[in-house]
Every structure is written in C-alpha cells, then in structure tokens.
Write a protein that binds this ligand. Sequence first.
Ligand SMILES: [Zn+2]
Length: 343
Amino acid sequence: MKAIVVHEFGPPNVMKYEDVPTPDPGEGEVLVRVGAVSVNRNFDVNARAGNSAHGATLPLIMGVDPSGEITAVGSGVDENRIGEHVNIRGMARCGKCDNCKQGKRCSLSRPIGITAPGGYAEYIVVPDFQARTIPSSIPFADATVICRHAAAAFSETYTSELKAGEWALVMGAAGALASFLVQFAKLKGAHVIAAAGGEDRLEAARDLGADYTVNYRTQNLAEEVMKITDNHGVDVVFENIGDPDLWPGAWDSLAMNGRLITVGFHGGGVVPLDVKKLHMRRLKVLSSVMDAGSKDVVGDCLQLAAEGKIRPLIGKKLPLAEAAEGHRLVEEGGVVGKLILEP
Ligand SMILES: [Zn+2]
C-alpha cells in the first residue's frame, strides 16, 4: 500500500510517499481502508518536526484522526463489523485492562500517528475498540473533523450556559473549534458575532450562520460589539486564543454577568486581566474540557451532523501523495478551515 512515511524529523519534505506492506489485523484488531485524514497542526506538524510532546517513533506513518471503512477483522472481532464506517480514536479506552480499571491511560490503546502507525496511508490496523462507528451518511472527511473538534465546542457551549436570545462573541471564528462554536451558539438561539483577523475568515463564519462579523485586526472590537449590541455587550465570549493583544477587546465586550470561556492558548496564554471590570460587571472566566451534560458527546455531534444541523469547515482536500504540500499550507496559515488528505 501507499503511505506517507517520516524517516527523519524536519520540514515538510521529510514526508515520503512510499510503498509499505499492507498490515494484517491480528487478534482483537480491525483493518480500515482510510477514506480521509486531516493535517492537524498540534499533532501532525509537531510530530513531523520532532517537537511532539508525546514523543514520536521513527520511521513513522503519520495521521492521528483517520476515518474509513473496516475491510477485514482479526480473530475475536465480530465479522459483522466489516463494511462499517469508522473514525479512529488515538486515545480510546478498552475499559477492560488494568490501566483502564485504575483510570489511567489504556494499556491497549495505541496513539496512532505518533508512536504507532497512523492514517496517512491507504490502510491502518488498530484494536477494534479504537474504531468508532460513524453514520454512513456522513462523508469520511466530515467525520474526521467532527470527531476531533466538534465535541470540545459542544462542551464549551454547555459550560458557558449560553441561552436563547443572549449575545455570543466567537473569537478566531474560522478556526477548527470556533467554526463549530458559531454553529452551536446559533443552535442555542443566540445572536452570534464572529470575530477574526481576515475577510476570508469572516466570510466563512457568515456562511456558518454568524449574524455579525468584526475584523479585530482592523477594527476596534469592543467598540464594534457595543454598536452591534446597542451597548449591551455580549453575554458570552468564546475566547480560545489567549493572545495578550486580543484579550482586552474580548474582555471589554462583555455585558454585565458575562462569561468568558477559553480552552486555548496558542496566542501565548498569558493575558492582562482587568480585575476592576471583573468585579464591577460580575464577570466569570471559565474553562471546560469535556463536561457537556452528555455521556457520548462525539455521538451527539455526529447525530447533529447526520441531521444537517452542523457541518465542518473544510478549506481544502488534497490527495495523500501531496501531504507535504498540505503541511506547508497549514504551517503558512494559508487555508481557511481544515485541510484533508484523501488516500
Ligand atoms: Zn484499557
């Protein structure tokens, strides 16, 4: 089969499109024909460059979030799974091993694309519990993005206690997480202001349902928000950037009893906090990992996608052979939305 293999860490051109043996599923494993996999800035770009916090094993077949179809199963796996559409989760839990029983990282789960062979390949073998069933009506590319990013947006929306009729401001609105926040806020019945640093990004946010847009690189964010909301301000800011230059505009946009929620810090993570405003306006700063008032957040998100209520923002699709070009584009920030590779 064809796969993208990294033999040495470095720039995008260390990724080689090669012939490698097609893996066989062993006991408790499934073979998946990959339909789509994303270029993930945190995991993939760092793994290729040798900066992965998780370490990476060379030679490495990359790709942390493939979706595809089960084409064969090993012994001990229900043969009815053949033909199932699945998304592969790198950190799934078997629920049976000693580690799982003690609440630690599952000892059978393999972190694909980091230390185990990943999804930048025509086929991948994983333990069957790592292959999550997805509705066959959802394209593989969409499922890959939804399973990775929608759940975090779902839980953030839940934690923010955003209500119908309230105002929401979504920062970095064309990002992988924020593009779902725009949609979940609209589903809640909120008025949504999308903020981003480029016109193409604002247009993408409008396509996803944002009611108003502000370019925070060329406009005064808080001033524009106050104009749009008739001086009310927004009840919720979905921040997720942690940029000291952008934070004050987001903070000053909050209404009385406003909530700022953030789970991201790629903008640096250390920001000025106006404590006077925090106190006088009775503001809250919140974070959220996966508390969402639901047992199966990813399943709920897939259901919403199957019903056409949410969709991923996909900016570009490339054949797997062009993975290096995909990495270059993602690193330059030249794609609005996710970049998908298709074997
Ligand atoms: Zn386990």
